[in-house]
Design a protein around this ligand. Structure first.
Ligand SMILES: Cc1ncc(COP(=O)(O)O)c(C=O)c1O
Length: 377
């Protein structure tokens, strides 16, 4: 098969060969000796995986729960918050559709009042937070890097605006981890979630949830758990795990988890260099794209990530996407559900999205730009 240039790291980044190799080897060994025995033999790797995820966001392994996606992790967090009828939730305009749908479903169940923190100059308008927060505000959902707008949240301003907030902060770091540093000590939140397959370059079906010490101490758990998150004890009662594994299910795809561990071995060997390379590469790519006649950029804000959105004036986003695929270039299209409020506010059509990673070569970038020049001309 002809190799493609993958400019869709924000969708599914190409995992390193070593990541894929350990997964294949693990599956072969599972076939040979059985999944239970093999998982026991890898107990050190599982510990390393929790430690890596803790190191990635500056917390402890007890605060980490492995998940199979960011969406599942978000559901676990939302199901753990002790909602009461009439509670308020504040959300930003960058919220991804998979975060909005469960919230709307909870709204039906608990008559939640969902309030929006609108955008100003490409950032959520933090100056409005104090006026929005009331005694009924149970939670704030915030996204660190928007899926569709290239913007990086100013976490310092957000943290400052939240000084006296006593509800739960749920942070979506799905597009942030792997491309920028995130530190839950500097950016205090109660839950933080991410998926593995994006900028972390881990296998599909991986992800995690961070649960703060407050969450653990308050005994929050996701409405229902299984019998490993809560142990059965006499006389037919259950005892909740003390750590964040209370948000996990016993069954999992362990070959993917091993791949996740190896992807993190590689990232954590030189995180700053990877973040710097992504920032430099995307700034250059963004500038080149902006100079193409007939191409309109749609990123918003000053602090921009490796996610770049645009349209070519003469071609709709889905058609351009297919034309690039036909030339062996994988990109993505962002539709309205990637940022419902922002799309409506800015009256955006579906957007073309490019997200490069460190594996993209200069040759691939030059070919992408030449192709876009030709298609826009
Ligand atoms: C900002 C953001 N949050 C959440 C998700 C959901 O991630 P997953 O599909 O792994 O559940 C995505 C996926 O694109 C995303 O971009």
């Amino acid at each position: 098969m002809t190799p493609i240039s993958n400019f869709n790291a924000a969708g599914h980044a190409t995992p390193d060969d070593d990541v894929v190799q350990v997964q294949c080897d693990y599956l072969k060994r599972e076939q040979a000796i059985g999944g239970y025995w093999l998982a026991e033999q890898h107990s050190d790797d599982w510990q390393t995986l929790y430690q890596h995820l803790a190191d990635l966001i500056n917390t402890a392994p007890v605060n980490i729960a492995l998940q199979d996606s960011a969406t599942r992790a978000m559901q676990m967090a939302l199901l753990a918050i002790p909602w009461q009828s009439g509670d308020e939730v504040i959300i930003s305009d960058w919220e991804y559709g998979a975060n909005l749908v469960p919230l709307l479903q909870l709204q039906q169940r608990y008559q939640l009042n969902i309030k929006r923190l609108p955008n100003r100059h490409g950032q959520p308008d933090f100056s409005q937070l104090p006026a929005l927060v009331t005694a009924q505000t149970k939670a704030i959902l915030i996204t660190l890097v928007g899926s569709h707008n290239g913007a990086i949240l100013n976490t310092q301003s957000f943290t400052h605006a939240l000084r006296s907030f006593s509800g739960y902060v749920v942070a979506d770091a799905c597009q942030a981890l792997g491309q920028i540093a995130v530190d839950v000590k500097a950016f205090p939140c109660d839950f933080l979630l991410a998926t593995g397959r994006k900028f972390l370059r881990a296998p599909r079906g991986t992800g995690f949830l961070y649960a703060s010490n407050r969450v653990l101490q308050e005994g929050l758990f996701p409405m229902v758990t299984d019998h490993s998150a809560s142990r059965l004890v006499p006389e037919l009662d259950f005892e909740l795990r003390r750590d964040a594994k209370r948000f996990e299910c016993w069954e999992a795809n362990w070959s993917s988890r091993l791949g996740f561990k190896v992807a993190l071995d590689q990232l954590l060997a030189k995180p700053s260099a990877i973040y710097a390379q992504l920032a430099e590469q995307s700034a250059r790519l963004r500038a080149e794209l902006a100079s193409i006649a007939g191409l309109t950029m749609h990123d918003s804000g000053d602090d921009l990530s490796a996610i770049i959105t645009f349209n070519i004036d003469s071609v709709s986003a889905p058609i351009l996407h297919q034309s690039l695929r036909a030339r062996g270039i994988e990109t993505a299209v962002s539709y309205v559900d990637a940022g419902w409020f922002d799309f409506h506010q800015r009256q955006l059509p579906p957007l073309n999205r490019i997200s490069a990673h460190v594996y993209n070569t200069e040759h691939e970038i030059a070919e992408l730009l030449a192709t876009l020049h030709a298609l826009a001309g």
